[in-house]
Ligand binder design. Structure first.
Ligand SMILES: [Zn+2]
Length: 237
C-alpha cells in the first residue's frame, strides 16, 4: 500500500494505492472516509493518477455527504470513522463485530463488540474508558501530589464519574476529589491542572485570590492548560 495525493480545485485528495494481481482500476471510499484505489501491477502510475483525477468530483461529493451526515449526529454518537481523543491524541474509531475488546493500532482505536444500540455502545465505551482512567488518574495524582503536600493536603481518594458540566470537584471533609471521566480525552498536562486545582481546595475551599495565587505559584501555566481543556477537548461522548 502506498499513499498518494491528487489536487482538485486546490483541495488535496489523499488516496491509498493497492497493487493487485488484476487488470482493472477500482476506486472506493471506505467507511473511515479513506479513498482506496486498487490497480493491476502493470497499470502505469500516470494512468492511475488520471483515473483518480477523473473521479475527483465524485470523491469530493461522497466525502462531503459523509461529513454532512456526521455533522447532524449528536456529539455522543459512536461510529466508524469518528475521531475520538484519548490522552490528547486523536484516533479514528473502528467499530467491529465480534467478542468484545479494545485495541490501539497506529491511529486507529478498534472497538470490537457484539452490541449495536447506541446507548449500549456508549456505555461499553465509557466502561472501557474507566478501566483506562483508574490507573492513569492515580499515576498523575502521584506525580502532582508532592506540589500540594507541603500545604497539609491529605492524599485524597479519587472518584471517577462521567459528568456533563464540571471537570472535577473536591469534598474536603470526605477527603476525596471527583474527576470527570471525560478528562481522559485531554492531554496529561490538562489533567494535571484539574487535579492540582482540586487538591488546592483542601487549602482554600473557595475560588478566592489566595486560591489562585497558590495555583499560579505551583503551576504558572495553569491558565493555558485550562484554556486548552475548554477548547480542544470540550466535545465528547
Ligand atoms: Zn474549583
Amino acid at each position: 500500500m502506498s499513499l498518494h495525493t491528487i489536487e482538485y480545485q486546490g483541495v488535496g485528495i489523499e488516496y491509498e494505492l493497492l497493487r493487485k494481481d488484476v487488470k482493472y482500476i477500482n476506486l472506493r471510499v471506505n467507511k473511515q472516509g479513506r479513498v482506496v484505489v486498487s490497480a493491476g501491477k502493470k497499470v502505469p502510475f500516470s494512468v492511475i493518477e488520471e483515473f483518480v483525477q477523473s473521479k475527483s468530483i465524485w470523491i469530493i461529493t461522497h466525502l462531503a455527504e459523509m461529513e454532512k451526515l456526521r455533522s447532524h449526529l449528536p456529539d455522543s454518537t459512536l461510529f466508524t470513522g469518528k475521531t475520538v481523543y484519548f490522552l490528547g491524541q486523536p484516533y479514528q474509531l473502528s467499530l467491529e463485530q465480534g467478542a468484545p475488546y479494545f485495541a490501539f493500532e497506529g491511529d486507529t482505536l478498534h472497538m470490537v463488540t457484539s452490541l449495536s444500540e447506541q446507548t449500549e455502545l456508549r456505555q461499553a465505551y465509557l466502561s472501557w474508558l474507566k478501566t483506562q482512567a483508574v490507573p492513569k488518574f492515580s499515576e498523575i495524582l502521584s506525580r502532582i501530589y508532592p506540589l500540594a503536600e507541603p500545604y497539609s493536603v491529605p492524599f485524597p481518594v479519587v472518584k471517577i464519574r462521567n459528568m456533563r458540566s464540571i471537570w472535577g470537584s473536591c469534598t474536603a471533609a470526605g477527603g476525596n476529589i471527583r474527576l470527570n471521566l471525560q478528562l481522559m480525552k485531554a492531554d496529561e498536562g490538562c489533567i494535571e491542572q484539574v487535579i492540582l486545582h482540586e487538591l488546592l481546595h483542601f487549602v482554600h475551599p473557595n475560588h478566592n485570590p489566595a486560591f489562585y495565587a497558590l495555583l499560579t505559584q505551583l503551576m504558572p501555566d495553569w491558565k493555558e492548560r485550562k484554556q486548552r481543556l475548554e477548547t480542544k477537548y470540550k466535545d465528547g461522548i
